[in-house]
Design a binder for this molecule. Structure first.
Ligand code: NAD
Length: 492
């Protein structure tokens, strides 16, 4: 008979109790085929000490070293623990949305304040974690081959001012799910909220898992610190979310880069469309956060047959109409030449401004509840050609549907980002979809539906249109690794 070792039993009970008390729990979504009960190998988190940085760094080299150590620690943990880290970030986004959203607005001063917390709640609800990880398998006469999605290590991250913390939080969940850590150079205009959010995320992860610095932020970001990240030998992957300048810089770095670059999404309305629905959707998509979203409609093309009715429907949907002369005057104030690729660009101080402020620039009045200005322009108008990121939508009258799509394609500038159509004709949808060749193509809904708000499918604050990975997921931040068993393990 086996002798029971009292001492050993006491030790085992003590260990289990410690693990339960330290809160190894939470929502666990293991990788398909992986047990959620994977062994917890971590030591209990140490007390918070002066050595804890919680991801706050001024020096890129120190940040990368800390992120490397954190990533090595992460790789010693189970998938279930990775998912705990992801969920802690999501929960902070949801539970502290009001406070963090307010911080984001107060720092950046762009966009529509009520949409700031909404964006964080969305990240908390949609950011994909460990459950999205995959393993591919090939089984045949010569055995079994697995293809696993492994981490890159430390990822260099650039985030935009338009959604500073939402992008960082979304990237962090995806990247940690895939086994990476990150060093972020946020836009200087949104650096404080990015650093503060990272601090909260790191603190929560440290308290639960004992790992600090999975999400490192350069607290005083500059172009020089971005360059240091781009050239740091320990960073093998860059994740860029921003405009054409930073995408071009990252592509020149010599590193692999996932680039979520600019867009200039057109919307086409043909004669068959449900015009009231089209107008409601266009107002919703274009005005969201004062048109800061890269997927939001930036110019509209309407066939002549329904032109008058469509413009009336826009007014009925709450948009405020400007005259063509006012559109010209407003463009002179808000759009300037000299952007990348020869396209005009928005004047910074008007990016994400309220419609009322913009209307005032040309002596017009927009009612307090108005969320969008619109008016007729030609196809070459600055508001059409610029990614304006303000709630002003230029409308171009077109002789035919084909002409509308031709104009739309030209204005999208080959970014391959997003396009929208309102039509009941499948032929038209197919034609425009093929012509535009964009990453996202929305039919009969607001642009937002293309990135999980109102449409099916997952979403992300990084849509890698420039380099082709599409809407980012944890798999976007992985490298494929093959594991081959020759002539064996096939059991059928
Ligand atoms: P931005 O290009 O001015 O800045 C983006 C980031 O890049 C910032 O952190 C900035 O400091 C950095 N940066 C700029 N030039 C750089 C350079 N030469 N080297 C290194 N870093 C550089 O853009 P923004 O105003 O912050 O954001 C709006 C832009 O981002 C729009 O073009 C929008 O379409 C795009 N965007 C794209 C996506 C997407 O998922 N595709 C999402 C959000 C925003």
């Amino acid at each position: 008979m086996t002798q029971v070792d009292d001492q050993l039993v006491r030790q085992m009970v003590q260990t289990v109790l410690e693990n339960v008390q330290s809160g190894w729990g939470g929502r666990i979504s293991p990788q398909a085929g992986q047990s959620a009960a994977a062994p917890v190998t971590a030591a209990r988190p140490a007390a918070v000490g002066s050595a804890n940085k919680f991801g706050q760094f001024t020096d890129v080299g120190e940040a990368v070293a800390a992120a490397e150590a954190a990533q090595r620690a992460l790789m010693r943990r189970s998938l279930a623990q990775r998912e705990i880290a992801c969920d802690l970030i999501r929960q902070i986004c949801i539970k502290q949305a009001d406070r963090l959203g307010k911080m984001e607005y107060e720092e950046t001063r762009i966009g529509h304040p009520p949409h700031k917390p909404e964006k964080l709640v969305l990240v908390g609800s949609i950011a994909l974690g460990v459950e999205f990880m995959r393993t591919e398998c090939f089984s045949g006469d010569h055995g079994i081959t697995l293809e696993e999605h492994g981490p890159w290590g430390v990822i260099g991250v650039i985030t935009p001012v338009t959604h500073s913390l939402p992008t960082l939080a979304n990237n962090a969940v995806n990247m940690i799910a895939a086994g990476n850590s990150l060093v972020c150079n946020p836009h200087p205009g949104g650096k404080a909220v990015a650093a503060h959010g990272a601090k909260l995320f790191n603190q929560a992860i440290y308290e639960k898992l004992g790992i600090d610095n999975l999400i490192c932020v350069i607290t005083e970001p500059t172009l020089e610190s971005a360059r240091e990240i781009f050239s740091h030998p320990a960073i093998r992957l860059l994740s860029i979310t921003g405009g054409p300048g930073v995408v071009a810089a990252a592509m020149k770095s010599g590193k692999r880069a996932v680039c979520a670059g600019p867009g200039n999404p057109p919307v086409v309305v043909d004669a068959s469309a449900n015009l009231d629905n089209a107008a409601r959707c266009i107002v919703e998509g274009t005005s969201y956060d004062n048109n800061l979203l890269c997927i939001s409609e930036k110019e509209a093309y309407v066939v002549a047959e329904v032109w008058d009715r469509m413009l009336a429907a826009m007014e009925a949907a709450g948009a405020c109409r400007l005259t063509p002369q006012q559109m010209d005057q407003l463009a002179q104030v808000c759009i300037q030449p000299g952007g990348e690729g020869g396209h005009p660009v928005a004047v910074r101080k008007f990016v994400g401004a309220d419609p009322q402020v913009l209307a005032q620039q040309v002596g017009a009045t927009a009612a307090a509840g108005c969320r969008l200005l619109f008016g007729q322009t030609g196809p070459d108008h600055p508001f059409v050609q610029a990614e304006q990121m303000m709630p002003v939508l230029p409308f171009v009258k077109c002789d035919t549907f084909e002409q509308a799509v031709g104009y739309a394609k030209q204005a999208e500038h080959g970014f391959g980002h997003t396009a929208v159509i309102h039509s009941r004709l499948v032929d038209h949808m197919t034609y425009m979809g093929k012509e535009m060749d964009t990453t996202i193509f929305v039919k009969n809904g607001p642009s937002l539906a293309g990135d999980s708000s109102g449409g099916e499918g997952y979403g992300s604050y990084s849509i890698a249109c420039s380099t082709g990975e599409g809407i980012a997921t944890p798999l976007t931040y992985t490298r494929l690794r093959r594991c081959v068993m020759v002539d064996n393990l096939r059991i059928i």
